[in-house]
Design a binder for this molecule. Structure first.
Ligand code: PDD
Length: 285
């Protein structure tokens, strides 16, 4: 089955979906996006993603062309048309098409793009062994809480990490951990789940919120606070979380083992908990 796209009011085959070279998303990265995961055709935490899309758009003064209900209907329609059960929905909203001028155009209307693609299951052995991550300087702007299209520093850091044989780069700003290039970061220290507190330097991940909620429900202590870079290697366990990866253990950071070099119990418990949460949220579908 081919992947499909939605572009400004129409569903069409992905390769036929084209936007203007004067789209401000293309020329300035002037837009915002979301990535939503479908499990068995059901969309996990769709409302949370749509609320964040709305917050991101508002933060850069892009008017959102649909209500939450309209978005939901369109996204469900796209997933249905794609026929994919395990899928990744990408939504991109830009300020629209206009002759290139930095200031906002007077008359452009937002460009809405969505893609619906199948997502392959991550190799189970990767999850069992854990992944290698590296720390790299966080070179991004001051408003990473907005899910903006400007991902160049993320792209460069991910490339550098991958070239070093690592799965992800954990970004560090002024000595403090912010997040991964496309994930949030959690440490386990003496049984406590520690994660950087939310501020302008990181994204309020939907998965992060779910994982912290699960931990609290299970009575596990949680600390949202500033995390110093050195603490990453003092942690007993380290894991990455995000929509497309759910929970992935980090077993090696730079050249050192994390804990005993094996994925830990808390990480596994959070992954199992997230799986069950996905199942119960999507079983009525
Ligand atoms: N990224 N931090 C960053 C910088 C991210 O790009 C992402 C997700 C996350 C995790 O957020 P969530 O749990 O809501 O997916 C944290 C998506 C998947 C992407 O850019 O592809």
């Amino acid at each position: 089955m081919p992947a499909i796209a939605y572009l400004n009011g129409r569903f069409l085959p992905l390769e036929e979906a084209n936007v203007s070279i004067e789209d401000r998303g293309f020329q300035f990265g002037d837009g915002v996006y979301e990535v939503i995961r479908g499990y068995g055709g059901a969309l996990f935490r769709l409302e949370d993603h749509l609320s964040r899309l709305e917050r991101s758009a508002q933060a850069i003064s892009i008017s959102v062309p649909f209500s939450q209900i309209e978005w939901e209907a369109l996204i469900r329609e796209g997933v249905k048309r794609s026929g994919y059960g395990e899928c990744k929905v990408y939504i991109q909203l830009t300020r629209g098409t206009a002759p290139r001028e930095h200031r906002f155009p007077c008359s452009a209307s937002p460009t809405v793009v969505m893609t619906f693609r199948e997502i392959p299951e991550m190799d189970a052995s990767v999850r069992q062994r854990g992944v290698h991550a590296v720390t790299l300087p966080d070179l991004r702007w001051g408003l990473c809480s907005i899910k903006s299209l400007n991902l160049l520093p993320n792209v460069l850091a991910r490339q550098e990490a991958n070239e070093a044989g690592a799965f992800e780069a954990i970004l560090v700003k002024n000595g403090f951990v912010t997040e991964g290039t496309s994930s949030n970061v959690c440490l386990v220290m003496d049984g406590t789940i520690v994660t950087p507190s939310l501020n302008d330097h990181l994204l309020a991940g939907v998965t992060r919120a779910v994982v912290l909620e699960l931990a609290r429900q299970r009575g596990l202590p949680v600390e949202e606070r500033n995390v110093r870079e050195e603490e990453l290697l003092q942690a007993d366990e380290l894991f990455l979380i995000g929509t497309t990866i759910d929970v992935v253990p980090v077993s090696r950071l730079n050249d050192e083992l994390v804990g005993d070099g094996m994925p830990g119990k808390v990480t596994q418990a959070m992954r199992d908990g997230l799986r069950r949460c996905v199942e119960s949220a999507t079983e009525s579908h």
